[in-house]
Design a protein around this ligand. Sequence first.
Ligand code: TXA
Ligand code: MG
Length: 308
Amino acid sequence: MTKNKIENAKKLLRSGELVIFPTETVYGLGGNACDQNAIKKIYNIKKRPANNPIICHFANIKDIMENFHLNELEKSLANKLWPGPITLILKKKNISKISSLVSNQSTYVGCRIPKNEIALKILKGLNFPVAAPSANFSERTSVTKFEDLDEKLIKKVFTIKGKQSKFGLESTVIKVKKNNIEVLRFGSIAPDLILKVANKSKIKFITKSKIAPGNLKKHYATKKKIRINIKRVKDGEGLINFGKNNLKSKIINLNLSKNGNLKEASRNLFHFLHRLDQSKCKKIAIAPIPNIDLGLTINDRIKRASKK
Ligand code: TXA
Ligand code: MG
């Protein structure tokens, strides 16, 4: 069943059509990265501003090396962290056929190798990388579970169903600049792990990068209003809790991780936001999350989601 679907997905991608597929982070809305018409379709369907670049997904490092210049540090990060939820912004070679529309005409392109069986099966054997933003309308909440995909999207685009995403937050986007590592977007790999792998002691956070406008203030928005770092739950609010405490909603209570495990919380976050959007509550209240490790990413997402 899935095998046929994967073949069908490849066929569609080869003919310039789009496909929604699962990854270890969030569902992606993919198209041929070398076909500018396919890229245009992605921007149109997502209602995404053209200056917000799209990540290219590859099956292996060899294909990335053919298209990009990598220095020693980039090679080392690539070998240790791929396949996995890290995106490296790399300098494109002149010979590359990747469309400049994926990177807003820049020669610096976001690249990653996903760690998900279905995604890798789709990518294998294609003679082009797949450009794929998250499979949601621009500014809306990303999707980690098939049932949370927007109906309007799956009506238009062939979709492959996977299991719930293993990581649940998007990839961490990094760039190597003069042998230093800059984080352009917090993600599923915490900064400490990147430092360890790179054998470095410092990392720079560029939270307002102009080249990564995915960091637009309003993003990941639910339909309902969100309050974060709450001390008590108000009437009409549904609760997304974390750890053990006395917080309680009269309408709906979900706990990201009763044991205070940030990995588990990361995996649950987007699905819980979708669930509360579908539930009877009028607004969403979110308990404080420790601002360390993956908590940095969770707090980044809920802060943007709570912006008016
Ligand atoms: O985990 C992920 O990264 C998922 C899955 C599908 O791979 N994709 C994803 O794509 O989250 P998207 O488009 O929703 O977010 C991509 C982020 C944006 O913040 C964008 O600005 C940044 O990566 N980005 C992409 N290409 C870039 C580039 N060439 N330079 C700087 N930032 C870039
Ligand atoms: Mg996105």
